[in-house]
Design a protein around this ligand. Structure first.
Ligand code: PMP
Length: 414
């Protein structure tokens, strides 16, 4: 299938590239609105994966034979493609992991073991996904450091004036998401980093919900670490990206130890390779890395500008729907947000609403969205109903959602 130009994207032709969205399920196509959990895959990803296993499959960095060298080239080529994609200064600043969760664990584990002590403080926002919260809990418990919450306002915005009051000479790290997977808020990472760096504080950014929606630029943001998962960016499962500024990443203690990350090994000891190998013990997911490099080209052909236009429209339509039907409170009304809506239904349980929607072939998520403290903070004790969109969603998806929400109100409110 030929790649698309921006004009075609705005006409909605891009949807044809996603086979699952064309599948008839119970004679009805699925209305997939759970993109924050994972995104659907374009045909080109399946082709790239197929191509790799048919033509390039051999373990990387190990063989002197041609095939292994070609596999290595494809893998390292993917690393360079990711570096260009997020404007890292050097490919060695990109570490492939199994996902955002592993990336964040690597950093927090290092902090817990080697950086923090009983006098340290760690600022974590109240809007973090458990993947950027629990590893810090463990790091603090290990080192006896103190966790300091940075809470958002009633609209879901983080206030830099509050951060300024929280930072002090004990602060070692700020853990913050670029985009909240509940509120949809786009946080001011550049400004957070500028403030943090005045105090020599490291900033760890969870970009999982940002990269599917807008371009990210490491040089511009100036964060110390940035993490995301390929599967949320139309790419393969089992692949994560950990970006770190070279001078910071070099200090990180390897979380996993084993083959391919070592230089000289004696029975009692080992010396580690330079970056990025020292943080990639064992066989990496090289096929996924190659496939993700193809997705990067796919995104380039679509352009983030087009994605932005489509998503702004989806967001506006969603607000119209909620206005029309009433009875759903939105968690997070930041000016700057992605098309993601966590809803608190009036007099209905989010799970019950999700169940009614499922019967209409509308896929959304109900629960705490792996952000239980945030739901408690906003008094959403039953969790929320999350509608999260991607650029391939269309009017039919929104119509089905609206019908489903109305049906839920008729059935459940009595
Ligand atoms: N952070 C955020 C903001 C997320 O939305 C998610 C996925 N729900 C993660 C981290 C974890 O990603 P993964 O499960 O792919 O490791």
């Amino acid at each position: 299938m030929p790649l698309l130009n921006p004009y075609q994207v705005q006409l909605g032709l891009y949807r044809d590239h996603f086979p699952l969205l064309q599948n008839a399920r119970n004679k009805n196509a699925i209305h997939y609105l759970d993109n924050a959990a994972t995104t659907q895959k374009p045909e080109i990803l399946l082709q790239a994966t197929n191509y790799f296993y048919k033509n390039l499959n051999a373990n990387v960095h190990r063989g002197v034979y041609q095939l292994s060298q070609e596999a290595t080239q494809a893998y390292e080529g993917a690393r360079s493609a990711v570096a260009r994609f997020i404007k890292a200064r050097n490919p060695s600043e990109i570490v492939f992991t199994s996902g955002a969760t592993e990336s964040l664990n690597i950093i927090a584990n290092w902090f817990g073991h080697e950086v923090l002590d009983s006098k340290s403080e760690v600022i974590v926002t109240m809007m973090e996904h458990h993947a950027n919260l629990i590893p810090w809990q463990q790091a603090c418990s290990l080192s006896k450091a103190r966790m300091v919450p940075w809470t958002p306002d009633e609209n879901g915005n983080l206030d830099l004036n509050i951060l300024e009051k929280l930072i002090n000479s004990k602060t070692k790290v700020i853990a913050v998401c670029h985009v909240s997977n509940v509120l949809g808020t786009i946080n001011p990472i550049r400004e957070i980093c500028a403030l943090a760096h005045q105090y020599n504080v490291t900033v760890v950014v969870d970009g999982s919900q940002a990269v599917p929606h807008f371009p990210v630029n490491m040089e511009d943001l100036d964060c110390d670490f940035y993490c995301f998962s390929a599967h949320k960016v139309f790419g393969p499962t089992g692949l994560g990206i950990l970006y770190g500024k070279k001078e910071q990443l070099e200090k990180v203690m390897p979380f996993r130890l084993g083959g391919e990350m070592v230089e000289i090994v004696t029975f009692e000891s080992a010396t580690y390779k330079p970056l990025p190998a020292r943080l990639e013990a064992g066989t990496p997911n090289f096929a996924a890395a190659y496939a993700f490099s193809v997705i990067i080209d796919f995104l380039k052909s679509i352009t983030y500008d087009s994605i932005y236009i489509v998503e702004q429209e989806l967001k506006a339509k969603m607000l119209e729907i909620l206005d029309r039907i009433g009875g759903f409170r939105i968690l997070g009304n930041a000016e700057e947000k992605v098309p993601l809506f966590a809803l608190i239904p009036e007099k209905m349980h989010p799970h019950d609403v999700a169940q009614v929607l499922a019967l209409q072939n509308v896929a959304v998520r109900a629960g705490y969205q792996c952000a239980m403290p945030l739901h408690r903070y906003y008094g959403a004790e039953n969790g929320s109903l999350r509608v999260s969109m991607a650029f391939y969603n269309n009017q039919e998806d929104l119509d089905a959602l609206e019908e489903g929400l109305k049906k839920a109100q008729q059935m459940l409110k009595g």
